[in-house]
Design a protein around this ligand. Structure first.
Ligand SMILES: Cc1cc2nc3c(=O)[nH]c(=O)nc-3n(C[C@H](O)[C@H](O)[C@H](O)COP(=O)(O)OP(=O)(O)OC[C@H]3O[C@@H](n4cnc5c(N)ncnc54)[C@H](O)[C@@H]3O)c2cc1C
Length: 387
């Protein structure tokens, strides 16, 4: 084992111990309450920060640990073992933070990196999800800043985040690449109104919100990155966010598969363990192959992102598409192996099944990933044929 391998396995072990002993025991209560105490989350973030793992995805340039792709993947694999709201305490932070200027870094970053202040990202609107050309939130230049008007919905933790990174249209006549600007909106800003919370199929305890910006004043100093460069800023972070989503699906699926195997070895039917019935073995085998295929696609994409490969975005789309769709197939088979018990809320199996469904939608739907993958494949073939 090299020194780097040793470091990665130590990091993995630290993350695993924390997830399994500290977070997993909290899952069921959060699921039942569909809520979680903010004090508890703050406490857990502080504990992760004390382990040196909070904000693990950030580069050193913004005060992150600057971990290798392998180390980040190891942490992702471990943290995604637990439910989505709890895994958030590891602080997979928006890469848009790397666009902060000196003043923003000095004033805002220390609290964010310590897990004392939280930040979320607001892009989606009632009339624009996959199709960003439909974004309607407008920011108009006024003396000393900008006035924001519009609505955002399906925004993770908007009701509790200290800062909401908002994408708004600043040049409606420009192409998508240069029409958007990114703003740091403080949650208590007057003008940020009408906060609502959605009821959801899964991810219980993880709040998704909608809100309105009504003449919400954002000072010039809270513009993140250059004006009109919001789209490019978003593209810098999108591969990482897709890998997070793919990893969540992988983590959940491999945990579900382990539970299914253990159950199949214990539960008896027709004078044998379930595991001895070939139909059950086939489900276990299909799960195994699909989980390993997703793991490999994620690993390859992570390496390509790390070395800034020009095809990294396609690799991230492949990993995101395959892992998210795999999660639904695997959790469905796992629930089948558990039979009636799989459908009952005593076990987390039905939760895995519900939670997996969101991965095919968030961070770009499966269809959006397919469009990107097909475009790249066709462009490559077109190039070979001189088109
Ligand atoms: C759990 C969860 C967390 C989220 N968190 C956030 C967040 O923190 N911040 C944020 O900004 N957003 C967030 N979202 C929103 C998410 O990014 C959007 O829901 C997603 O991008 C899809 O947009 P939409 O819901 O408007 O669907 P639409 O864009 O309306 O699409 C509806 C359906 O049509 C399909 N479709 C659309 N266009 C095409 C096409 N050209 N070809 C083929 N099919 C097409 C889509 O794939 C989809 O199946 C979250 C969503 C979920 C479910």
């Amino acid at each position: 084992m090299t020194q780097i391998d040793n470091e990665v396995s130590m990091i993995r072990e630290t993350a695993r111990r924390f997830v399994r002993t500290r977070l997993v025991p909290l899952e069921q209560q959060i699921e039942t309450d569909d809520d979680v105490s903010l004090d508890l989350l703050a406490q857990l973030r502080a504990e992760v920060a004390a382990l040196g793992l909070y904000g693990f995805n950030l580069p050193e340039s913004v005060g992150g640990p600057g971990l290798s792709a392998a180390a980040k993947l190891a942490i992702l694999e471990e943290l995604t073992y637990t439910s989505v709201p709890l895994s958030e305490v590891f602080g997979h932070l928006p890469l848009q933070l790397t666009q902060m200027d000196e003043r923003q870094r000095a004033d805002l970053l220390p609290g964010i990196l310590a897990g004392q202040q939280t930040v979320t990202y607001a892009l989606t609107e009632p009339n624009a999800g996959s199709d960003l050309s439909g974004l309607r939130t407008r920011a108009e230049k006024v003396e000393g800043g900008w006035l924001l008007n519009g609505s955002k919905h399906f925004i993770s933790h908007a009701e509790t985040a200290d800062y909401i990174i908002v994408l708004a249209v600043t040049d409606p006549t420009a192409s998508l690449k240069s029409k958007l600007t990114t703003f740091i909106v403080h949650r208590n800003s007057p003008g940020l109104v009408g906060m609502t919370r959605y009821r959801k199929m899964g991810w219980r305890g993880y709040h998704l919100n909608g809100f309105t910006l009504e003449n919400c004043f954002v000072p010039d100093e809270d513009v993140l990155g250059a004006p009109h460069a919001g789209f490019l800023g978003m593209m810098r972070s999108i591969n990482h966010d897709r890998l997070l989503s793919a990893s969540r699906s992988l983590g959940l699926s491999s945990r579900a598969q382990t539970m299914a195997c253990e159950y199949a070895l214990e539960r008896k039917a027709f004078g044998a363990n379930l595991a001895q019935h070939q139909a059950v073995q086939f489900m276990v085998a299909d799960n195994d192959v699909e989980i390993e295929a997703a793991r490999e696609l994620i690993r390859v994409a992570a390496e390509m992102i790390e070395r800034d490969d020009s095809q990294a975005h396609v690799a991230a789309c492949r990993a995101k598409l395959y892992a998210s769709e795999m999660g639904c197939r695997v959790t469905d088979r796992v629930l089948q192996i558990f039979g009636g018990m799989g459908y009952m809320t005593e076990l987390p199996v039905e939760r895995f099944y519900r939670d997996a469904r969101a991965f095919r939608i968030g961070e770009g739907t499966s269809e959006m990933q397919r469009i990107q993958i097909a475009r790249a494949a066709l462009a490559q073939a077109g190039g070979r044929h001189g088109v």
